[in-house]
Design a protein around this ligand. Structure first.
Ligand code: PNS
Length: 163
């Protein structure tokens, strides 16, 4: 029997955007199991949403995808991948500017765990400018983020920034 391929899509997801969701949907069609894993990073100060809230939002927006689970991890990604029996790390690349950072991470992860493959995927072109950081900034300054994040995320951001 063919071995099930488990893939991990790691990130901060603060918050999950339509670009992330687009990538999750694409990856969920390629791999038997996809684990969306949020980094628990107590040193990274000033998160917009605390991790439990990010988990809740992600769970809501991937609810229609039966082979996708949401989890958190701390420490090295390669160690987490080993615990999850994952063979693939999925990362999204929006533009050339993402490539250098992603290449560095992928090669470091390969150095640490040669059997783990990083797969780069492209989100829909419409989301190629989108980032969690810009969503946070636009929302904080009163701009509309309606087209940028799932409705559940928009509602939570609105509640947070009081708009
Ligand atoms: O969405 P982000 O913030 O760009 O995601 C970065 C993430 C979480 C994938 C990366 O920081 C990570 O994997 N951190 C875990 C620590 C680790 O394994 N570091 C060495 C890999 S280069």
């Amino acid at each position: 029997m063919k071995q099930q391929t488990v893939a991990i899509y790691p990130g901060s997801f603060d918050p999950v955007t339509n670009g992330h969701l687009d990538l999750i949907e694409r990856a969920s069609k390629l791999f038997e199991r996809l684990v969306v894993a949020i980094l628990l990073n107590p040193e990274k100060d000033g998160p917009f949403f605390p991790v439990p809230e990010r988990v809740e939002m992600l769970k809501e927006v991937v609810g229609h995808l039966p082979n996708v689970e949401v989890d958190t991890f701390k420490g090295l990604l390669v160690d987490y991948a080993r615990r999850k029996d994952a063979r693939v790390i999925v990362r999204g690349i929006r533009a050339v500017s993402d490539y250098e950072y992603e290449l560095q991470m992928a090669l470091m992860n390969r150095q640490l765990a040669p059997g783990l493959e990083t797969v780069f995927m492209l989100p829909a072109q419409a989301y190629s400018y989108l980032s969690s950081r810009l969503v946070r900034e636009v929302a904080s300054l009163g701009g509309s983020i309606k087209e940028l994040v799932p409705p559940v995320v928009e509602a939570r951001i609105r509640a947070k920034v009081g708009s």
